[in-house]
Design a protein around this ligand. Sequence first.
Ligand code: 3HC
Length: 286
Amino acid sequence: MRELSDIDVVGVVGAGTMGNGIAQVAATAGYEVVMRDIEREYVERGLGSIDDSLDRLASKGALDEDPGAIRDRIAGTTDLDDLATADLVVEAAVEEMDVKRDVFADLDDVTDDDVVLATNTSTLSITTIASATDRASDVIGLHFMNPVPVMDGVEVVVGERTADPVVEFAHAFAADLGKETWEADDKPGFVTNRILMPWINEGVRAFDEGVADKADIDRGMKLGTNVPMGPLELADHIGLDVVLDASETLHAELGDRYKPAYLVKRKVEAGDLGKKTGRGFYEYGE
Ligand code: 3HC
């Protein structure tokens, strides 16, 4: 396994919300980054989000460097072979086990043998993902929170075969990105989503069952418990498709108390996925 001091190039698989956020914070911390997605269009969109986010941070003096200099450290690609130079890879592809296992099998071939392979999965088993490789001891969960550039925390998820030095390395790498960490065992949903998803689904059910207007559910939880977003706002922020996927995984693994709310399913079927499509529980203008 490479030491943190040997890490120059960070590979990121996936240029979506989480992938481009991870690429951004890694580049901001001084790493060279190779961010890969399957279509050029996705790569370009990810790079555009990074530009916007860096500009926002720069405008309030939150960066030590010119945003252009940070951005120059990020290369976008559609070719997985370009990750051959990576000293560490963080995967943030879609939340489908088959896709992740294929990606990890490919990463196992493409990268040097001593490269740690991390996954940003929100609910899937690290151990099952790791078993697609011949280096399960070097596979770990690094679960970033959305929006990655703003959120302070990263969940380190330890698979059945993850080696202790890899766990220490993951905490140290996250700290180097300016994040605080906590550690979870490889159990469905880990700490955050195991607790967050039923909270969101219960908020949606409370709305659907007429307990209160949606704005009052969100206001009640914000004013009553000092969270920055209520459950319906947060569902829109995360994306209702992500909430549904995570809830379905938890439901399959942990039983009925994790059943996704009917209204989340219905909105996903309608294509109303939250902020990213302009409509979820609320409407969002340009
Ligand atoms: N890049 C750069 N800056 C950003 C940003 C981004 N992508 N998103 C927000 N910001 C900045 C804004 O510029 C603003 O900066 P300022 O206060 O200095 O002006 C600051 O963050 C606050 O943003 P806004 O004023 O637009 O809005 P809010 O005050 O409502 O904050 C929020 C937005 C930070 C998202 C806050 O509402 C929040 O913390 N919400 C909860 C988010 C949360 O719980 N995330 C975890 C979800 S679970 C998860 O990710 C796990 C996954 O597996 C599902």
